[in-house]
Design a protein around this ligand. Sequence first.
Ligand code: FPP
Length: 244
Amino acid sequence: MLKQLPADLQIDRLPRHVAVIMDGNGRWAKSQGLPRIMGHRRGADTLKDLLRCCSDWGIGALTAYAFSTENWGRPLEEVDFLMSLFERILRRELKEMMEEDVRIRFVGDLSLLPSSLQAEIAQSMADTANNQGIQFTVATNYGGRQEIIQACQAIAQQVQAGTLEPTAITEELFAKHLYTAGIGDPDLLIRTSGEMRISNFLLWQLAYAEMYITDTLWPDFDRQEFHNALISYQKRDRRFGKVK
Ligand code: FPP
């Protein structure tokens, strides 16, 4: 079941949920003398390998930051390429995701995505909804602040309608109004290419995540790199603000 889990990783100390900020595609492409979009294409292959690796090693959830609310500010041709890349990947990989029992979910304001992409997203989410394997979440047109605002609006409407008491607003209730409702918080956040930022990603959900930042550019983040991240994670003493 747990295919090839390296001997130095402890099954009972693996993160249950890994989140990734896939940074450095453009720089990788430049270093190879290629156009930026080739970095994204290679980055998508890297993500696929990581998803399979997480699944092989018994990690229950992987969340990837594919497109932020700020990424619309990139050159139009790059945005267009990314949108059509997401669409092509979904169409191409759906069969394999079904075979490998992956449950895919997209989070973010999906209403602003091209309608053909929205249709592929809806199809892939519906088809994989009852799968029992890894939960794969793709943040697309996602912004952490925007997610929190929309949760506040939904809750405020219930208070205004008289169906919710302000004192009934707990952390649990709030989390149920986030896009990620039902998915546990990430235990480990990986960011590639050396940037020390959260960049508006999962602001609420990352409260107690361990962070692993590597200089490796995303397209080069392979199984060995992930193994290194997990070794680092297993050395951490997670206290959640308490003393032992
Ligand atoms: C950041 O690198 C990367 C992105 C904004 C795009 C990430 C998307 C993928 C890897 C495709 C994933 C596909 C699916 C279906 C989820 P950058 O362009 O900011 O790199 P740079 O900092 O070197 O310029």
